[in-house]
Design a protein around this ligand. Structure first.
Ligand code: NAP
Length: 232
């Protein structure tokens, strides 16, 4: 399976690893990041994989830029739109300590942007062969697995994006488009921290395997990077 994938937040962490693995496997990668001039690791991967990685400037909170990029890519097919970019929402997330502006920004990146990306790139995905919209959710957005409380900003942003992905699945089923939510594991990145047990390489390898095996019946489901169905 090869094709074209667009990945947001592709300059570091899991996004960078996904870009690198997909390009190495022969995919065309449209790698989006906020500041390409500072994305040395991504540019290095692009150089190492021939012309397979193309870097595009995209801050996912900039809806006008999302639409402009969709126009620039008019006529392209996107087999996978991967909403990966995310923020944790800062350190003040306990009861009584939540900063509203930080929360709004986190919702813009983690929750609103994936829907705006799906809207803007719908036709690019619809004309592709695999027709997948993959959105990074999290165990932290799971109602069933919230046994420790707190983390109001991050938890609410991911719980909400789970619902976005689920509605996309229902709304786009008739067009044969698959929308899935993914939990990448607790991953050793800037966000996951040094104690995280899963490497970006393991996570990206698992996520790619999950996406490769998807069928339309899987649309609207929530999987972890090992292919297990995740509780909502
Ligand atoms: N690591 C984990 O354990 C874990 C667990 C569950 C879910 N996740 C989710 O997995 C995804 C990737 O996480 P990660 O661990 O790779 O995080 P990371 O290392 O902190 O990387 C986050 C990426 O998102 C990008 N980003 C942030 N704000 C953006 C914006 N406004 N526009 C465009 N890009 C933006 C960052 O770009 P800049 O360099 O420009 O900031 C960076 O490329 C996130 O959605 C995260 O919530 C991670």
């Amino acid at each position: 399976m090869t094709g074209t994938i667009l990945i947001t937040g592709a300059n570091r962490g899991i996004g960078l690893e996904l870009a690198s693995q997909y390009a190495s496997a022969g995919w065309r990668v449209l790698a989006c990041c906020r500041t390409p001039e500072r994305a040395e690791a991504l540019r290095k991967q692009a150089a190492m994989t021939g012309n397979r990685i193309r870097i595009h400037t995209l801050d996912v909170t900039d809806t006008n830029r999302i639409q402009a990029l969709a126009r620039e890519l008019d006529g392209e097919t996107l087999d996978i739109l991967f909403n990966n970019a995310g923020v944790r929402g800062g350190d003040q997330q306990t009861l009584g300590g939540v900063d509203v502006n930080t929360w709004l920004h986190t919702l813009q990146v983690n929750t609103i942007a994936p829907l705006k990306m799906a809207e803007a790139f719908l036709e690019h995905v619809a004309r592709s062969r695999y027709r997948i919209i993959a959105t990074m959710g999290s165990v932290m957005g799971s109602m069933a697995e919230n046994t420790s409380g707190g983390q109001y900003i991050y938890r609410s942003s991911k719980a909400a994006v789970h619902m976005i992905g689920r509605s996309l699945a229902l709304d786009l089923h008739s067009r044969g488009i698959i929308s899935v939510l993914l939990h990448p594991g607790w991953v050793h990145t800037d966000m996951g921290g040094a104690d995280a047990p899963v490497s970006p390489a393991e996570s990206a390898t698992g996520l790619r395997r999950v996406l490769t095996g998807l069928r339309l019946e899987d649309s609207g489901r929530f999987f972890d990077f090992q292919g297990r169905e995740h509780p909502w």
